[in-house]
Design a protein around this ligand. Structure first.
Ligand code: TRP
Length: 332
């Protein structure tokens, strides 16, 4: 099974992203059914909404370093930057010419983002899913691990692939969505009924993977709990304590019920101290690895190799597509 997935380069990856998504994603590379695995930074997708130039550059590199630091292994996964592979926008254009405005206007993500746009809605925001389809179809991917929110885009990818195949003859593999098993849902430390989010205006609500270790400890110690004083897993009545138990379970590998048993006579201060230590034990090695590679030639080597593989593979596909459509002069 060949997998491909794109990740948007937004800054500040949180503990919630890590425990909820990245950890499971990294596990996929060891799945024996996975024969090829491609991951790219979707920087061309990022500019469908306004971006600060410096921040974008920084986020692209930082994202790759973070995923590597979290355990993505470049011997098993090809990692590259979308904008370094010209066939993506090339095929994106062809697919735009085979998609209908109505189809794109129906996309929920487009409708949501359009509402939030204050500086005008770019054409790219509308045509975003045809570029996403190109990302996938260039590589003959069988399956695309994405979150639930991307399922509609994947349906459109299948429609575009089938339409093209019917019109021009068999060209693309029609991919399946592949929603990886959901990881833990980590809630805000300040408002434990809301999901932990990097866009939370209150930085006490989230832990960024790259937060200073002492800041992480402080944030956990000041996490909102309740006045009941008992450590029990009850997400409805004791959401703060339940969230800390979930976090600790994910970081330590102990089950929630074992933790409840262990801390049943403990107080919140001691419990939080242990949660903080468990989180730090998980994050510290990630930070060390991140710092080691963020400015290294190693990171560039990984990205060069990924880019070369992607260019080789995708150029053959785009030539085939150009020939089928009748563009330019016939190439062999
Ligand atoms: N649209 C995806 C997101 O916002 C990112 C993405 C772009 C992607 N191209 C892709 C995901 C191709 C999977 C495959 O999360």
């Amino acid at each position: 099974m060949k997998l491909i997935s794109g990740i948007q380069p937004s800054g500040n990856i949180t503990l919630g992203n890590y425990l909820g998504a990245i950890k499971n994603f990294v596990k996929l590379q060891d799945n024996p059914d996975v024969t090829d695995f491609l991951i790219f930074v979707a920087d061309l997708h990022a500019i469908t909404v306004p971006q600060d130039k410096q921040a974008l550059r920084k986020n692209i590199r930082s994202l790759v370093a973070t995923y590597l630091a979290c355990g993505l292994n470049p011997e098993k996964v090809k990692i590259f930057i979308q904008s370094e592979v010209p066939a993506h926008p090339q095929l994106g254009w062809i697919l735009q010419c085979n998609g209908y405005i109505g189809e794109l206007e129906r996309m929920t993500q487009y409708k949501d983002k359009k509402e939030r746009q204050t500086q005008g809605v770019s054409v790219g925001l509308l045509t975003y899913p045809s570029l996403m389809a190109a990302d996938i179809l260039l590589y003959d991917a069988d399956a695309v691990p994405v979150g639930q929110d991307q399922k509609q885009h994947l349906e459109l990818t299948r429609t575009l692939a089938e339409r093209f195949n019917n019109k021009y003859g068999d060209t693309f593999v029609v991919p399946e969505p592949f929603i990886p098993e959901a990881g833990a849902k980590i809630m805000s430390l300040a408002e434990p009924t809301k999901k932990m989010s990097k866009s939370d205006p209150n930085p006490k609500g989230y832990i960024a993977l790259l937060d200073d270790i002492n800041v992480i400890k402080k944030k956990i110690k000041s996490a909102i709990t309740d006045s009941d004083g008992k450590i029990a897993y009850d997400p409805v009545n004791k959401p703060g304590v339940a969230n800390l138990l979930t976090i600790m379970s994910c970081c330590s590998g102990s089950s929630i019920s074992d933790l409840v048993e262990k801390y049943k006579d403990s107080n919140y201060a001691n419990f939080k101290e242990d949660v903080a230590n468990a989180v730090v034990a998980e994050i510290e090695p990630i930070q060390a690895k991140y710092n080691e590679i963020i400015n290294s030639d190693y990171l560039d080597k990984v990205l060069d190799e990924g880019r070369d593989y992607a260019i080789y593979f995708s150029n053959r596909k785009i030539q085939k597509v150009y020939n089928k459509v009748g563009l330019g002069r016939k190439t062999k």
